[in-house]
Design a protein around this ligand. Sequence first.
Ligand SMILES: *[C@@H]1O[C@H](CO)[C@@H](O)[C@H](O)[C@H]1NC(C)=O
Ligand SMILES: *[C@@H]1O[C@H](CO)[C@@H](O)[C@H](O)[C@H]1NC(C)=O
Ligand SMILES: *[C@@H]1O[C@H](CO)[C@@H](O)[C@H](O)[C@H]1NC(C)=O
Ligand SMILES: *[C@@H]1O[C@H](CO)[C@@H](O)[C@H](O)[C@H]1NC(C)=O
Ligand SMILES: *[C@@H]1O[C@H](CO)[C@@H](O)[C@H](O)[C@H]1NC(C)=O
Ligand SMILES: *[C@@H]1O[C@H](CO)[C@@H](O)[C@H](O)[C@H]1NC(C)=O
Length: 855
Amino acid sequence: MRAKALSLLLLLVATTFFSDSIAIDSIDQTASITGNSTLVSARGVFRLGFFSPAGSSDGRTYLGIWYASIPVRTIVWVANRQNPILTSPGILKLSPEGRLVIIDGQNTTVWSSAAPTRNITTTHGATARLLDSGNFVVSSDGSGSPQSVAWQSFDYPTDTQLPGMKIGVDRKNRITRNITSWSSTTDPAMGSYTFKLVTGGLPEFFLFRGPTKIYASGPWNGVMLTGVAELKSPGYRFAVVSDPEETYCTYYISSPSVLTRFVVDGTATAGQLQRYVWAHGEWNLFWYHPTDPCDSYGKCGPFGFGYCDASQTPQCSCLPGFEPREPEQWIRDASSGCVRKTNLSCGAGDGFWPVNRMKLPDATNAMVHAHMTLDECREACLGNCNCRAYTAANVSGGASRGCVIWAVDLLDMRQFPAVVQDVYIRLAQSEVDALNAAADAAKRRRRRIVIAVVASTISGALLLAVVVCFCFWRNRARRKRQHQAETAPGSQDNVLPFRARKHPDLSSAQDQRPGESKTRGQEDLDLPVFDLAVILVATDNFAPESKIGEGGFGAVYLGRLEDGQEVAVKRLSKRSAQGVEEFKNEVKLIAKLQHRNLVRLLGCCIDDDERMLVYEFMHNNSLDTFIFDEGKRKLLNWNKRFEIILGIARGLLYLHEDSRVRIIHRDMKASNVLLDRNMIPKISDFGIARMFGGDQTTAYTLKVIGTYGYMSPEYAMDGLFSMKSDIYSFGVMVLEIVTGKKNRGFYDVDLDLSLLGYAWMLWKEGRSTELLDEAIMDDSCDHNQVWRCIQVALLCVEVQPRNRPLMSSVVTMLAGENATLAEPNEPGVNIGRGTSDAEWSQTQTELTMTATETR
Ligand SMILES: *[C@@H]1O[C@H](CO)[C@@H](O)[C@H](O)[C@H]1NC(C)=O
Ligand SMILES: *[C@@H]1O[C@H](CO)[C@@H](O)[C@H](O)[C@H]1NC(C)=O
Ligand SMILES: *[C@@H]1O[C@H](CO)[C@@H](O)[C@H](O)[C@H]1NC(C)=O
Ligand SMILES: *[C@@H]1O[C@H](CO)[C@@H](O)[C@H](O)[C@H]1NC(C)=O
Ligand SMILES: *[C@@H]1O[C@H](CO)[C@@H](O)[C@H](O)[C@H]1NC(C)=O
Ligand SMILES: *[C@@H]1O[C@H](CO)[C@@H](O)[C@H](O)[C@H]1NC(C)=O
């Protein structure tokens, strides 16, 4: 017995000793890797060895690196991607001169690494070590110190950029690093898609399909890549470095336990650069480009001068001073591009018009003069007949340094609010004058509010008398002025020289076609414009008592119009620099959205820099005041709650799929659902999110608007929003309505679970109906219906946006008793928590600042 036990123990010791579990992380010139043996990095993050691609059956093997700690084999680097070993097993060796060599069964060299950049010390010899960063490093003296690196796999990336890896060029060591997709899921050979730096002009990164540019990051202006929304995740930092020795982009992760990678995926229908984060046992896609049609390179015309705006229809517009070459076709097909309204005179007589909030045009063929001032730049542009535009080369620190001159077509511009840099477009002086006149006309129409000050000092009847008189006078004067303004050329506000959200020329052309000003009066009936005086009377001069809420976009007041109708007046905060006409256009658009489950916009009021929206008043306040209130929640029985859920779903369906324009709400939450007298739910604040999202100053645009707890992981972390992020918020809201608990406030300490986690746990255990709010006392409630709501909600909060159903299916699933529902997967919550607490709470503060509760 004892002998047997001893031998067992010995066996155990022996297997432990010789098996992988005491993995080594390096080889020297005497050792080799072959067959199933592998290297594992010191902390067990990565593994290096021979592998056959999953799904391949022809026996090809490759030397590669993959994650050691996750069950899904994810290859991040392949040595011999073009030269598979056909007769296994392969052997990896380190040659005396410090080259890594793979030989096959026939002793043929299949692959060898480039010559080491450092001489190998003869005393110690070279060592090849797999690091926890995923870098496989040959060091010249075995020390592994950065000074001794003779060769590293990070210099020869495959299709994956790991944290710390650089994409770009190292001029000193003559290394170009790019990443290229696999040719198929089973073949790591070079595929058609490559992400790489293109130098010349300003640094810019491109995704190529073969020789064709399909996506551009936008030029680097010293602050940002002008076409890439900052990737905001706790513990994540992105950097571009451009100096004489090197130009590259890279990124860092502060917590080593977060596994993340960028990869060029050639298997998506079109190639994509994607960022994945490992969470919940799978790779989650958190960011990708190209994202929308405006991302496709040169979308608005191969001849330049057009720009793209994904929030508009049509998405393509011409720059100011330009018009579509073929106006009839423009709406369907912008490929014919834009032409100047007035030809340049070349030399004296040309001027410039600044545009901003734009992704800069492709600048790889632009001329860059690092030491010119902006004035010198302007002169240089005027002196060159081919110059079409100029801008500063480096706007780091808010200053403008250097000069970029485009003597080529302006390609690949798109509306992009985060860019605060002006690009000066060269136009004939007459065009510049016309644009200036249009801007001035808009300015003249604005007046100061005097009445607000006066009114507050004069009391009661006197006030009313004054106001009424003023009101009459104003109405008449305004009509007169409006008529004048409409017949005057142009109608653009000039707070900013040019805002790209809507084409100023197209809109003014629409607005002032001669002889149409009368019919426009009729059109205005769609959208009553309230006089400020009327609003002042209605809200008792914005009396503090009439204030009923404070939202992210401004305060809300209860008002009573002359005819007794109660209205809610939302006084928008003044941070918007939107022009009057644009504001009206947007509001008109929203006013046309009418649905039983949307709050109705009755009109607006524009006065000087005041912007107000007038809504129908909802007597029962917002949904959160019911479901989260100890007393009032009892008033909502299950049937009522189900009707509310269905109503919200229908309202959202209308916004997403059925209205004239697609509206992403971006801030769906219980406090944004209002209840009318009959407890019919009405979504509020729709459209405003959209209007303001694209229209804010940089500081706001870079911040995610929304409310934590309702935000989908991809939106909260990367600012990526879509219908699917609204659907996520909807899912959260349904769980809240069912449970009567706030997602944000609920936290089960014993189980360490959030509301979503708790719902998921009960779901898995088949106990979902226990989620039902205990305040719902009627036992008659339909448990199947409750169950179905929870299942739909869980489908809506799945981590992968593509797995979440569209609103149309949500409505069908909720309403249809017999609809078969998919099985939900574990819900997605923001995985950032815990990785870096400092940054997390900072983000949170920013969020609460921009997303104050509405009521
Ligand atoms: C390598 O591992 C595979 C699967 O685990 C096994 O079938 C094979 O025999 C192993 N080869 C060697 C040489 O150990
Ligand atoms: C393999 O080839 C190398 C040189 O090509 C030679 O030195 C070595 O002896 C060969 N080994 C075997 C086992 O054939
Ligand atoms: C390696 O040594 C040789 C001769 O000793 C020398 O000429 C060469 O420059 C060295 N190379 C490097 C990369 O240091
Ligand atoms: C990517 O870089 C490698 C050198 O590292 C180069 O051989 C290859 O041609 C590049 N690919 C593309 C598409 O530029
Ligand atoms: C931009 O200017 C800043 C401040 O002078 C400087 O640190 C940075 O290197 C410049 N960037 C480029 C790309 O020249
Ligand atoms: C403007 O230039 C284009 C091409 O150079 C020419 O065809 C066109 O006639 C010019 N238009 C005017 C009004 O001079």
